[in-house]
Write a protein of this length. Structure first.
Length: 385
């Protein structure tokens, strides 16, 4: 039997401000808008069952010495209320934006909090995968990188196979902070929804490296706000869809202030009877002169039945900028495929070789060698079934 939000909050020992906020979100959610593309991911309310919370800092010893905090978000709400209350779904992902966000906050089941202190250079990658219970429907990560810090964060799905799966990730960067975020989306859920939104202060830098290898219907949203002067962000995304899969990818970088830079690089494979739609937007506001926005998006279809669509959008309100986009959807080269087959290479292996050749230029942009190797392993496992 599912607990009520109030009962669940009490068992979690949530502070009053959080339990009240969740109940308000549940009450207000029906009044918020929801567009047609979101409706398939407006999941039913999940069962709220209490599980004991780890209240410890889960960062390893070396990272703890550097002041890194990694802990359950409900525990952090009690121990670090000054960081959680003003930031949880208030800056990067705003809970009042739509029904999905409001319901996510109201019925949040598990989550993690990560904090990188001021002026700390964390060289060793931090794996934050264990901060959430992967088979819960509604999961959340709040990441705060304080001013002048540098860090590399890794998140990877682990045996996520529930019917509906949603993970919302908020990344908040202080002045001069830098974060490289590696995200491996490998869910086997029937419907998977991933959100990664970020807010950047002055001269902050965020680079995201995402592999979308979900097995069934999936939606990916990323919205990065370059609010601070001189801030910059790059979205690097590789996606694969096959069988009967339907995949929607929406990425957007907003240049709010002057001397900002937003770059989106996407490459994807569409096989069998799958369908992938990519909406890619670069927006430069009027108060953002001397800014840069660029997007490159390419899809490769492997059969006549597979469908790919790219919708590149530039919204430019200031003329003292540089902006551009490139997009292409094309089929696998029949001559190349024929050549490989005549050399005794099985069709499945030939498809893998062509797929690897198409994706490697973007995979090679991933700066971590271990991540690049794991990306290729994930790709080959998926292609080989």
């Amino acid at each position: 039997m599912s607990l009520s939000i109030q009962e669940f909050a009490k068992k979690n020992n949530e502070p009053q401000w959080l339990s009240v906020k969740r109940m308000v979100a549940a009450k207000m959610a029906p009044n918020f808008t929801i567009d047609n593309q979101q409706r398939n991911f407006n999941f039913e309310k999940p069962i709220l069952n209490f599980q004991k919370i780890n209240t410890d800092n889960q960062a390893n010893g070396i990272h703890q010495k550097d002041g890194v905090i990694m802990m359950d978000v409900f525990a952090a709400a009690n121990q670090f209320p000054e960081l959680i209350q003003e930031n949880l779904m208030e800056k990067a992902i705003y809970w009042r934006d739509n029904q999905l966000n409001a319901n996510h906050l109201a019925y949040l089941q598990s989550g993690g909090f990560v904090f990188i202190p001021d002026n700390k250079y964390i060289d060793k990658p931090i794996n934050i995968s264990n901060l959430v219970r992967h088979n819960d429907q509604e999961k959340h990560l709040l990441i705060i990188a304080a001013a002048g810090s540098t860090s590399n964060l890794i998140f990877e799905d682990k045996d996520t196979s529930n019917e509906n799966d949603r993970l919302m990730i908020e990344v908040l960067l202080g002045d001069h902070a830098k974060v490289n975020f590696y995200d491996a989306a490998l869910a086997k859920s029937q419907n998977s929804h991933r959100v990664l939104n970020a807010y950047l202060a002055q001269k902050a830098e965020l680079n995201t490296y995402t592999g979308l290898f979900n097995h069934f219907n999936s939606r990916y949203d990323s919205n990065i706000d370059l609010d601070g002067v001189g801030s910059s962000a790059t979205i690097n995304l590789i996606n694969l869809a096959d069988k009967q899969q339907k995949q929607l990818i929406k990425t957007k970088i907003i240049n709010q202030s002057e001397h900002t830079s937003g770059i989106i690089n996407e490459r994807g494979i569409v096989a069998d009877n799958a369908r992938t739609v990519c909406d890619t937007t670069g927006q430069i506001k009027q108060d953002a002169p001397n800014s840069y926005s660029d997007q490159t998006n390419r899809l490769l279809t492997l059969s006549k039945e597979s469908k790919g669509k790219i919708d590149p959008i530039l919204l430019i309100d200031n003329h003292d900028v540089v902006a551009g986009h490139a997009a292409s959807v094309g089929r696998v080269n029949a001559d190349q495929l024929y050549y490989l087959k005549t050399r005794g290479i099985h069709a499945k292996a030939a498809r893998l070789l062509l797929t690897r050749g198409f994706l490697i230029p973007l995979i090679n942009k991933f700066p971590d060698a271990k991540i690049r190797k794991q990306m290729m392993i994930n790709l080959e496992e998926r292609i080989n079934g």
